[in-house]
Design a binder for this molecule. Sequence first.
Ligand code: FES
Length: 157
Amino acid sequence: MTALVSGAGPLIAEARGMDRRGFVGVCGGALACAAISGCASVMVRPVTAIDGRVSLALNEHPELARPDGAVAIQVAGMSDPLLVLHAGERRYVVLSPICTHRGCTVEVAGDRLECPCHGSQYTREGVVIEGPAERALQRFAATVSGQSLVIDLRGTP
Ligand code: FES
């Protein structure tokens, strides 16, 4: 399991296209930042999709029961993790955390998502509150089925 480290957005954006040695250095810097500053983080959990869908057992993700709760999942085969956010009683929002301005990784900050690169802010539904980003975050359909959250990776709801 790895951590989606607060403050790592610009580092991750810069790391794309970088060689392995450079990437390891950037990651080490991000982890050191987290250790030193005590930055908040959302743990990234690996998951597997079957037929374009991911099924999350809600009882295995107690963070999602809290109004400000969120988890990040890394779907095998996808390049970036997804954010799963509590959005109400048995309601959840699944978003790409990739900022639509220039591709940094947004961070969960209470009732909003913030981009550390140039300050864009989004609601927990992915709607832009403050630019420079102009477009909403990519959203994935998510429905509760019994005790599981089923995420459809094939499109926007
Ligand atoms: S990349 Fe997010 S505000 Fe610029």
